[in-house]
Write a protein that binds this ligand. Structure first.
Ligand code: HGY
Ligand code: MN
Ligand code: MN
Length: 408
């Protein structure tokens, strides 16, 4: 089997499960998600896995090991950002299924159980939270997330239940760490490091921490033509000053990233002064103290700008995931398998967050990165080579063969 070509075929097919034609838009608990799960179910069954949807909306493919042995978990997320790429997340599900198939082709019986997990919602694009699936397995899921709503006002819990999950039962999914060998995730790098080093694969050392904040400025609306400029309480002007101040402050901290990715206005008409401006501020850093310190300074600056503009200011954190180191023994297993196949795989950190970030609260974790053309991701331009995907299947299968049947 040409594992890379098969991976490319599968990813091309599943990319059509999208609500948009420019890139891929596949949000959790939608018809596109249901269509994608039908294809993923077939991948899992072809790999000889028994498939079920768990209460948190994760599609689980499982092959039990010998009686009493622990389980090695693999997988990634099925969802995408809006107009995203066809590799972010879903490639990790496809390659994990193919690696299990690869092992079966060799009749290689593993001394432990294996599961491939297709998580519903890693991006947190539809709802202002993320990582619900891995957090359910890690036992770190906050019940409050089920009351968060999307832009149409639909509660996450209602969307999950309607999709076939069960919000109440999702809180009881925590796995036993003693029976979990680890979690391995294969993912496109989403950056330029491997391509610049002319390398197909890399082994991740650690994943940055992240938090998302909902920021609200509220002032007073009025007629755009009759209200004098002096004394206006314009929410958008205050928000704009805040965005510029946060951006400039982040530029002074080399390994910190601060992004305002969304902005909603009210009344949002051409000839009225905005009385409400709501935005999201996302902050990432390898060190959690850098991230939380930056958030505190942003909050103070927002209050100062609001007071000077005669408007009110609120900043509420809606999601946070600490930075996580990857497990040295699992990293070694991936690096050894990669060295045997491709000569070497560099070590690199991840500025993107992943399902692995939350799985680290359950078990040892590790990630294998694939080269990403021009580092483009969260974009229709995202691309991974079929030959690199074929190599990743071989390396993942090789790494699994090398793992002991006891927690590393
Ligand atoms: O945003 C991220 O880092 C990931 O792709 N969800
Ligand atoms: Mn991803
Ligand atoms: Mn992503």
């Amino acid at each position: 089997m040409d594992w890379g070509a098969e991976a490319e075929r599968r990813l091309t097919e599943i990319a059509a499960c999208s609500e948009a034609t420019e890139g891929v838009t596949r949000l959790p608990f939608t018809p596109e998600h249901a269509a994608a799960n039908d294809l993923i179910r077939a991948w899992m069954e072809q790999a000889g896995l028994a498939v079920h949807l768990d209460a948190a909306g994760t599609l689980v493919g499982r092959k039990a090991g010998p009686e009493g042995t622990p389980t090695l978990l693999m997988g990634s997320h099925q969802d995408s950002v809006r107009n995203g790429g066809r590799y972010d997340g879903i490639m990790g599900v496809a390659l994990a299924c193919l690696a299990v198939e690869r092992l079966s082709a060799d009749r290689a019986a593993l001394p432990f159980g294996i599961e491939v997990l297709a998580f519903a919602d890693e991006e947190g694009v539809r709802f202002p939270t993320a990582l619900m699936g891995p957090r359910a397995l890690a036992g770190t899921l906050d019940p409050g997330v089920f009351d968060l709503t999307d832009r149409e006002g639909i509660r996450l819990g209602a969307a999950l239940d309607a999709f076939g999950g069960d919000a109440d039962a999702a809180l009881t999914l925590a796995r036993d760490p003693r029976r979990t060998l680890g979690f391995l995730e294969v993912h496109i790098e989403q950056g330029p490091v491997l391509e610049d080093d002319n390398l197909a694969l890399g082994v991740v050392t650690g994943i940055c921490g992240i938090e998302r904040n909902r920021v609200r400025f509220a002032g007073e609306t009025g007629h755009a033509g009759t209200v004098p400029m002096q004394g206006r309480r314009d929410a958008l002007v205050a928000a704009s000053r805040f965005v510029a101040a946060v951006h400039d402050a982040a530029c002074d901290q080399s390994d910190l990233r601060a992004t305002v990715g969304t902005l909603d206005l009210h009344p949002d008409v051409v000839n009225a002064i905005p009385d409400r401006a709501e935005l999201t501020l996302e902050i990432r850093a390898p060190e959690d103290t850098d991230r939380t310190g930056f958030a505190a300074r942003a909050r103070a600056e927002g209050s100062r700008i609001a007071a000077a503009s005669g408007v009110s200011f609120e900043m509420d954190r809606t999601y946070a995931q600490p930075a996580v180191p990857c497990s040295a023994p699992l990293r070694k297993a991936l690096a050894k398998a990669a060295a045997a196949r491709v000569g070497r795989a560099c070590l690199l950190s991840s500025g993107a967050t992943h399902d692995t970030s939350a799985m680290a609260d359950l078990c040892p974790v590790a990630m294998l990165f694939l080269r990403c053309r021009e580092g483009a991701s969260h974009s229709p331009r995202e691309f991974a080579r079929a030959e690199d995907m074929g190599l990743a299947v071989e390396v993942l299968a090789e790494a699994l063969r090398g793992l002991p049947a006891r927690p590393v």
